[in-house]
Design a protein around this ligand. Structure first.
Ligand SMILES: NC(=O)c1ccc[n+]([C@@H]2O[C@H](COP(=O)([O-])OP(=O)(O)OC[C@H]3O[C@@H](n4cnc5c(N)ncnc54)[C@H](O)[C@@H]3O)[C@@H](O)[C@H]2O)c1
Ligand SMILES: [Zn+2]
Length: 447
C-alpha cells in the first residue's frame, strides 16, 4: 500500500528511558526538562498531607488552594495543614464542579479571591482536583499579575497522567472547548496515589484510556505490562498505579520536552482523539466522558492503521481487548451531525444552555453505565456496509475539530506497534473503519 509514503513518523523508542515495572521504595520523581521552566513530578502515596512534600517551592506570604466543591471536603484540609508551615496565610477557593464551569465566570471567581485577599505577585496557587481545576488554575496563574507560580496537585488518574503535565492551560468558550488559554508550566506536580481511593470507577476507567494510549504510540513493553496488570489497576493497587502513572508521565515528559508548544511531535498524544472528539461532539459533550470517547477512538485509529496496511488485525484486536478490559466502550456509536453541543455550535448557543444539557446527559449516562464494563459484543465484521454509525456525521465532526487544518483531517495512526505517525485518509476508508466497529444496537446508553 502506498499510503505509508504520506506518513509523518515519530519513532521515540530509542531515546526514551527503558520501562521499569518496579515501583521505587520511597516514591518516584519524573523530571520535565524545559530549561529554566523545568520541574519535577513527584509520584507516591501519602504525599499530599506531608509538609516536606512542599519544601523548596518559591517563597511567598500567601498560598491559595483552588479546588472544587467535590474535592474540597475530601482533601483540602490535609493540604492546608501541610502548607501551613510554609506560608503565613493559606486560603481555599472552591469552584462549582463540572466541565460546564470551566468558564470566565469561574476564572473571575479565582481573581476575586486573589484580589480580595490582597494576594501579591509572589502568591503560589495550588490546583487541587481533576483536569478542569488544573486547567483553570493554571490559566489563572498565567494571568494574575502577569504570572504567579502554581503547583499541580492532580486528584484524578486522567489529570495525573495527562492534563497536569505539559503546561497547557485553558477555559472553554461557548463556541469551543479549551479555546482560550496559554502555555504555562507549573513549578511542581504532586501525584498522590491515595486520592484514587475516592475516585468513581467510571473516572478511573476514563483515566486508563490516557494511560493505554502511551503503549501503542511509544512503548510496547509498557503495553504488555498493562495487559498483565489491568485487573490490579482497576482494583486500585497502589504499586501498579504508581508504575502506570510514572511511565505515563515519563513518556509525556519526554514528548513535551521535545515539542513544548505542539508544533510537531506532541500531536502523537492525540492518538484516538480525532475519533474521540467526534464522539464527544456528536453525542453532546459530557454524554461520554472524554476518556471513554478516547478509548473507543483508539480502537478506530488502530483499525485505520490496519486498513492503511501499517499494523495487522491481531494488533487491532489487542488494543480493543485492553480498552474493553479497562471498562471502556469499544463500539462506535451513532452520531448526529447537528447535536446540541457540537463543535460547530452556532453563536447563539449559550454556555449555560449547553452546560445544563451536558450535565443531565452525563447524569443519565452514568446512571445506566454504573458498572463501567463497556460493551463488548461488537460484531467487528468489517463489511463496511454502514448499517451502524453514520459515517457522514463522524466526518463532519472530525473536519471541524480544531486539530484539523483547513478541513483536512490529520489522524494519529500506529506506524508499527510502539510508534506513532500522522496520516490523512480517504473519507471512504474512514467510513469503512467506523462501520467495521459499529453496531446498530450500540446506542448511546449501551455504550
Ligand atoms: N491541559 C491538558 O493538557 C489537558 C489534557 C487532557 C485533558 N484536559 C482537560 O482535563 C479535563 C478533564 O479532566 P478530568 O477527567 O480530571 O475531569 P474533572 O476535573 O471534571 O474530574 C472528574 C470528576 O471527578 C471529581 N474528582 C476529582 N478528583 C476526585 C477524587 N480524588 N475523588 C473523587 N472525585 C474526584 C471531580 O470533581 C469531577 O467531578 C477537561 O477539561 C480536559 O479539557 C487537559
Ligand atoms: Zn485526552
Amino acid at each position: 500500500m502506498n499510503a505509508a509514503s504520506a506518513l509523518t513518523r515519530f519513532d521515540i523508542t530509542a531515546s526514551l528511558p527503558a520501562f521499569d515495572p518496579v515501583p521505587a521504595a520511597d516514591g518516584d520523581t519524573v523530571q520535565i526538562d524545559l530549561d529554566a521552566r523545568s520541574y519535577p513530578i513527584r509520584i507516591g502515596s501519602g504525599l499530599l498531607g506531608q509538609p516536606e512534600t512542599w519544601d523548596g517551592l518559591p517563597k511567598a506570604r500567601q498560598a491559595v488552594i483552588v479546588t472544587n466543591t467535590t474535592v474540597q471536603p475530601l482533601y483540602a484540609a490535609q493540604l492546608e495543614q501541610a502548607l501551613a508551615p510554609h506560608y503565613a496565610q493559606v486560603r481555599t477557593v472552591a469552584l462549582p464542579d463540572g466541565e460546564q464551569y470551566k468558564t470566565w465566570e469561574s476564572l473571575n471567581q479565582i481573581f476575586d479571591a486573589l484580589l480580595g485577599g490582597q494576594c501579591d505577585r509572589k502568591t503560589v496557587l495550588f490546583a487541587l482536583g481533576g483536569g478542569v481545576v488544573g486547567d483553570m488554575t493554571g490559566f489563572a496563574a498565567a494571568c494574575y499579575m502577569r504570572g504567579v507560580p502554581f503547583v499541580q496537585v492532580p486528584t484524578t488518574l486522567l489529570a495525573q497522567v495527562d492534563s497536569s503535565v505539559g503546561g497547557k492551560t485553558a477555559i472553554n468558550h461557548p463556541l469551543g472547548k479549551n479555546m482560550i488559554g496559554a502555555f504555562y508550566q507549573p513549578r511542581r506536580v504532586v501525584c498522590d496515589m491515595d486520592t484514587f481511593a475516592t475516585l468513581p470507577d467510571r473516572e478511573l476507567s476514563a483515566g486508563l484510556a490516557e494511560v493505554i494510549k502511551y503503549g501503542p504510540i511509544a512503548d510496547m513493553a509498557f503495553f504488555e505490562w498493562l495487559e498483565q496488570n489491568m485487573e490490579k489497576l482497576r482494583a486500585r493497587d497502589a504499586d501498579a498505579l504508581r508504575v502506570a502513572v510514572r511511565r505515563s508521565c515519563q513518556i509525556k515528559a519526554w514528548v513535551v520536552g521535545q515539542d513544548e508548544q505542539e508544533s510537531g511531535m506532541r500531536a502523537i498524544l492525540n492518538y484516538g482523539h480525532t475519533f474521540g472528539h467526534a464522539i464527544e461532539a456528536g453525542l453532546g459533550f459530557g454524554t461520554w466522558l472524554h476518556g471513554e470517547a478516547v478509548g473507543c477512538g483508539m480502537v478506530l485509529a488502530t483499525e485505520l492503521s490496519a486498513r492503511l496496511g501499517l499494523v495487522d488485525g491481531a494488533f487491532v484486536q489487542r488494543v480493543r481487548n485492553l480498552v474493553q478490559r479497562a471498562g471502556l466502550p469499544v463500539l462506535a456509536p451513532q452520531l448526529e451531525e447537528d447535536s446540541p453541543a457540537s463543535a460547530s455550535a452556532s453563536a447563539s448557543a449559550s454556555a449555560s444552555a449547553s452546560a445544563s444539557a451536558s450535565a443531565s446527559a452525563s447524569a443519565s449516562a452514568s446512571a445506566s453505565n454504573g458498572n463501567g464494563n463497556g460493551n463488548g459484543n461488537g460484531n467487528g465484521n468489517g463489511n463496511g456496509n454502514g448499517n451502524g454509525a453514520n459515517a457522514e456525521a463522524w466526518l463532519h465532526h472530525m473536519r471541524v475539530d480544531k486539530k484539523a487544518e483547513a478541513g483536512q483531517i490529520r489522524f494519529v495512526v500506529i506506524a508499527q506497534p510502539g510508534e506513532a505517525a500522522l496520516a490523512t485518509a480517504p473519507d471512504a476508508l474512514v467510513a469503512e473503519v467506523i462501520a467495521a466497529h459499529s453496531n446498530p444496537h450500540a446506542c448511546l446508553m449501551q455504550r
